[in-house]
Design a protein around this ligand. Structure first.
Ligand SMILES: Nc1ncnc2c1ncn2[C@@H]1O[C@H](COP(=O)(O)OP(=O)(O)OP(=O)(O)O)[C@@H](O)[C@H]1O
Ligand SMILES: [Mg+2]
Length: 398
């Protein structure tokens, strides 16, 4: 039996159809080639898209997410698929955000460049955004590139803070010197009067003498207070030569709490709890300065609790920014910190306390001491629920 080798064999004598068949074959070949080129092109586009390090999303006019790239899926997890509303994902809202770049880009039909802060899973992210209107399958849409600048913004904030501290330091040093001279004179003369007072004790009315004695004592006490403030101010610009020694932070905390005993006695309903890790490494630091940090943080915690509350002091080994070290945390459940003042906490002279209660140099002092120790201070707080200040100190200085 003859073997059928091709379609032409089957068609046999139907020559009239052969021309059509050949044309069809050519079309199929062309289509295959076009498909191959399309696949190649699609792969190229995919490679380019995968190379993007910014998050890319295409959002429809009704705010549904139409297309995403791998950065989006890495960020939100692959389950947060397309067709969700952008405001649900980025802002956990049920309505579009204020200053929505999708609305502006569609409205003006221009590319919009802007920056936005989104709170995603309880973390704040800064994004630089470029939104370009486009048409996708006949539908009006906006392609948005999100560049995560959170880290840069944090570094910038730290740099600004350091700059500000340096400027304020120079200013504070000038003022402190100006105050120091008259203060020394007042203190000196008050001591002179106090020493000589007994010479007139029997020559004037006893009540008047007692008043004089009390007044000079008050002058001297207030002078010492001012001297302490001036000394702190001077430490901003000219940090006292730190005497660095290996030290046990747990012991420093225990010693400091001994000094703080009288402050704690003012509010007997405060429950102080210590949880100090036993396996802490020694850190290289200036004990006197670090005790000052502990005092300031604990005093603030005591102040933050109206009458009754808890203060937890904890220490633990930790690793931050590739450096081994220790964390010590002072956490209270006092009035907490409202978001509006978060940025200002470490500014010298920033205080929310009434005159006579706070000068506003506690936290700024802590900041410069911790900076000098190459450490970090992290604040966590919710208004009305309390605050936690964590100080990280590296084990070894670089
Ligand atoms: N644990 C805390 N809870 C709530 N607010 C705090 C806490 N610690 C600091 N603050 C806020 O930060 C501000 C600045 O604190 P800082 O220690 O620098 O100054 P101060 O306590 O007001 O005065 P000073 O420490 O000079 O006596 C405080 O006035 C307070 O508003
Ligand atoms: Mg304070």
């Amino acid at each position: 039996m003859r073997k059928i080798s091709s379609l032409e064999d089957i068609i046999g004598i139907e020559h009239s159809k052969l021309g059509f068949y050949q044309e069809l074959q050519q079309h199929i070949a062309k289509l295959k080639e076009t498909n191959r080129k399309l696949d190649e092109r699609q792969n190229e586009i995919q490679v380019l898209l995968n190379g993007l390090t910014d998050m890319m999303i295409v959002i429809a006019g009704d705010f549904t997410i139409l297309r995403t790239n791998h950065v989006f899926r890495d960020f939100f997890g692959s389950k947060k698929d397309e067709r969700a509303y952008c405001y649900q994902l980025f802002a956990a809202k049920n309505v579009p955000c204020d200053n929505c770049p999708v609305i502006t880009a569609l409205h003006t039909n221009t590319t919009i460049k802007t920056s936005l802060i989104h709170e995603i899973n309880n973390n704040f992210y800064h994004f630089d955004i470029i939104a370009t209107p486009l048409e996708l399958a006949g539908e009006q849409a906006v392609q948005i590139f999100y560049r995560d600048t959170t880290r840069d913004k944090k570094l910038q904030a730290k740099y600004n803070q350091a700059e500000k501290m340096a400027t304020v330091g120079t200013l504070a040093a000038g003022v402190a010197h100006e105050i120091n001279n008259p203060l020394s004179a007042i203190q000196g003369f008050a001591e002179g009067i106090h020493r000589r007072l007994h010479k007139i004790e029997n020559t004037i009315d006893q009540e008047l003498f007692n008043d004089f004695e009390e007044y000079t004592k008050i002058i001297l006490k207030e002078c010492s207070r001012c001297s302490a403030i001036v000394r702190t101010l001077l430490s901003f610009s000219r940090p006292q030569a730190a005497s660095l020694n290996p030290l046990d932070i747990n012991k420093s905390i225990q010693d400091t709490l001994f000094i703080l005993k009288h402050r704690l006695q003012e509010k007997p309903q405060i429950n102080l709890q210590l949880k100090l890790a036993k396996d802490l490494p020694l850190i290289t630091g200036d004990e006197a300065q670090l005790k000052q940090v502990i005092i300031n943080l604990c005093s603030n915690a005591v102040d933050a609790i109206e009458t009754k509350g808890d203060i937890h002091i904890t220490t633990q080994k930790n690793r931050r920014n590739n450096r081994c070290g220790i964390d010590f945390t002072v956490k209270d459940n006092g009035y907490g910190i409202i978001p509006e003042i978060r940025e200002k906490l470490f500014e010298p002279f920033f205080t929310t306390k009434p005159i006579g209660k706070g000068v506003g140099i506690g936290l700024s002092t802590c900041y410069s001491i911790v900076e000098n120790h190459q450490g970090e201070i992290i604040v966590e707080s919710e208004a009305g629920k309390g605050a936690a200040f964590t100080v990280f100190l590296p084990e070894n200085r670089s």
